[in-house]
Design a protein around this ligand. Structure first.
Ligand SMILES: Nc1ncnc2c1ncn2[C@@H]1O[C@H](COP(=O)(O)OP(=O)(O)O)[C@@H](O)[C@H]1O
Ligand SMILES: [Mg+2]
Length: 417
């Protein structure tokens, strides 16, 4: 959309045909007045030759000017040649001043600035000579008249030329401003285009990030519900396989079925992005209490829940996040820790909720946890991701033989917020 504005060339067309028209006017006036001003035969012949030379000069000049506009050294030469022609013709017949006047309006465009006044002065001499009735002036009176008229000519021409120059300067500044504006516009358009492209790219990235986020959420959900459920079911069935006692086998089969049913329900809820079943009717403290108690019963590990601070009704997302973290932490304790005691603490601390899960099991080196593979290991990463998604954080403290302490810290967002 770049437009380049060519600087306007004032009266460009008059520049090309003006000198011919003025020369013609001079010729007509000279022919009509030839007898009156007393031109002899040789003066007529010389005039004819000079007029021809004037035409040739003008044709040449027009061609040069087209290839090299503006003041130049050739411009100075041609101005002088034309002045000599104009001056001589006017000497031969004052009416050729029609042609000589060309110098007045071409000076500014053809001469360098420092030579303009000189050029105008030369032309003014020709004009003044014509205006006092022809050159050379005869007698003191005519000479005085010539000087006066020359002065008036110079004064007027200088004023007009100054205006002309100012106008040209203004036109040039205007043209430059327009060019600059166009350049700015182009730059602006380019910036806008780049911005639009960037915006589109950002949208794509945001969509991709959304997809990635959703995939992570689903992976975590599958791990936390299905994988945990299946682990529990396997453990129960293992007991069934190994026990000769029919009653005990029935009891564990029952638990396995219950776990399967529960996991199935949780999986369905995950797909629909619903809150965990445990939170359907209870607030977080109650849901945690039941979850911890159930887990203790199932695993035979002593487990307890402590609540400190004033319990507040939490936002669904916060409750679900903390419940899932507890579920995964308990699942890990059952699978990896061989613990005898597990304590869960939920603390309401001003604008924060802190959830601690400690076990006295085997512990592990958190830095040595292998990187996540497709086979599993969503647990700790998943817990961290869940906490971070609601602007919280998770810390893991553990050492082989020293048990494990997990701490999730999240902002307290109330139910109605
Ligand atoms: N409470 C714990 N006690 C002992 N080891 C643990 C405990 N929690 C996690 N770990 C160790 O950290 C590893 C990573 O845990 P996690 O990310 O939950 O993956 P996964 O449970 O699928 O193996 C576990 O394989 C285990 O070695
Ligand atoms: Mg795990």
């Amino acid at each position: 959309m770049t437009k380049t504005a060519a600087p306007p060339e004032p009266r460009a067309s008059f520049d090309s045909w003006g000198p011919y028209a003025l020369l013609l006017a001079g010729v007509v006036a000279a022919v009509l007045s030839a007898r009156a001003v007393g031109m002899n035969r040789s003066a007529v012949v010389v005039s004819a030759a000079l007029v021809t030379a004037g035409v040739v000069v003008q044709v040449t000049w027009g061609r040069v000017k087209r290839s090299r506009p503006g003041p130049s050294r050739t411009g100075v030469c041609l101005y002088l040649v034309r002045w000599v022609l104009g001056f001589t013709l006017t000497w031969l017949n004052p009416f050729f001043a029609f042609y000589a006047v060309t110098g007045y309006y071409t000076a500014v465009r053809e001469l360098p600035r420092r030579l303009v006044t000189t050029g105008l002065f030369l032309t003014a001499i020709t004009m003044a000579g014509s205006e006092v009735g022809g050159m050379p002036p005869h007698g003191l009176v005519l000479w005085t008249g010539f000087l006066l008229v020359l002065g008036v000519n110079m004064g007027m021409v200088t004023v007009f030329t100054r205006f002309n120059q100012q106008e040209q300067d203004r036109a040039r500044v205007q043209a430059e401003t327009i060019t600059e504006l166009n350049r700015t516009n182009a730059a602006l358009q380019q910036a806008l285009d780049e911005n639009a492209a960037l915006h589109a790219q950002l949208l794509v990235q945001a969509r991709e990030a959304g997809v990635a986020d959703e995939r992570r959420r689903l992976a975590a959900e599958i791990h936390d519900t299905l994988a945990q459920g299946l682990t529990g079911i396997i453990a129960q069935l293992q007991v069934v396989v190994n026990t000769p006692d029919r009653d005990q086998a029935r009891e564990h089969t029952g638990r396995a079925m219950e776990l399967a049913r529960h996991s199935l329900g949780e999986a369905r809820r995950s797909v629909h992005n619903l809150a965990p079943v445990a939170l359907e009717h209870d607030g977080l403290p109650e849901a945690l209490k039941k979850t911890v108690a159930e887990w203790g019963e199932r695993t035979g590990v002593r487990a307890g829940l402590t609540i400190t601070g004033t319990a507040e009704e939490l936002h669904d997302e916060v409750s679900a996040t903390l419940l899932r973290i507890v579920q995964e932490a308990l699942s890990n304790a059952a699978r990896h820790a061989r613990a005898t005691r597990v304590g869960v603490t939920l603390s309401f601390l001003g604008e924060e909720v802190i959830l601690d899960i400690r076990d006295d099991g085997t512990g592990f080196d958190p830095r040595a946890v292998p990187a996540r593979t497709s086979a599993g290991g969503f647990g700790l990463d998943g817990m961290r991701a869940r906490a971070e998604r609601i602007a919280g954080s998770l810390t893991v403290e553990s050492e082989p033989g020293q048990g494990t302490a997990l701490s999730a810290r999240v902002p307290l967002v109330r139910h109605d917020q």
